[in-house]
Write a protein that binds this ligand. Sequence first.
Ligand SMILES: [Zn+2]
Length: 342
Amino acid sequence: MRKIIIYLFLIILSVFLIPILFTMQFNISNINVANANDVNAEQSPIVEQASPEIQEYNYKEYGTIKLFHEKTGEVEELEIDKYLYGVVSAEMPAYFGLEALKAQAIVARTYTIYKIINNQGKHEGADICDNSACCQAWITKEDRLARWEEDVREDYWNRIVTAVDSTAGKIITYEGKPINAFFHSNSGGATEVPLNVWGGSGYPYLQVVQTVGEDAYSQYNSEVELTKAEVIEKIKAVHSEIEIDFSQENAIQILERTESGRIRTVKFGNVNLSGVEARTIFGLRSANFTVEILEEKIKFAVIGYGHGVGMSQTGADALAKQGSNCEDIIKHFYVGVEIIDI
Ligand SMILES: [Zn+2]
């Protein structure tokens, strides 16, 4: 009787358990293969392979992110969409149109995954940091809530969560790869190509596009006034050879603008500056400006806010208010892209 039970047990073992073990082994080796492909990040496998297993794998691969906190030096591992609550709420006003917030969520998710794939090793032991000048702004839920008035707190937070959750898994691709999803505050009506800001070769999806309605935002117009001595001092810090006589008619001359209307070259006395350089030197909100020599001062009248490349956040809100949905908004600012679900 005991022997029969042992035989039965062995039969059950061979019929059920051994195939299960083989299947597990097979799955594990499958994952390893996918992992090895992914290390070769230049050729992102996200959409190049249409098989559902690979897509599911990638969703899991990017399920969490290691965030480097610049102030404390700590690395925190977060679920990607929870991380995105902190990004969207740090990067865009919560009272913007919901479709604009959704566009920002998709842009931020794309930017995050682009960073994971392309910037490995930049932050030791982490994928991304919380410094907007380096990677992408991020704020804790507690800090975010504390900065909102109590009566709007719950509504604002729910809008952020809705924007991220309703676009879960969505990213922007061009020719099958996640795009470098640049964004800025206000384009002044036309975006800029990256070549005119940072040089190098361009990205085909980042072109000059016009957006109506950006002039309704406080980020559209700004002014900077500096004394003549301050202007000379600021240029001198970079170009010691500066010589300028403000009484001369052509003391300051805009020589050329880019196709988007930003300054390509402006001449101060004997020195030529690029618009981007002038923006940095004089602390202007953008490279789209006019200069006026006043009696005592030099006045810069500036249009737009930020480098002008990719999605304009106020432009996104303007489009949302004109009835565009988040996909329309993204395809307006990033030319020829697809929005895929990973
Ligand atoms: Zn960083």
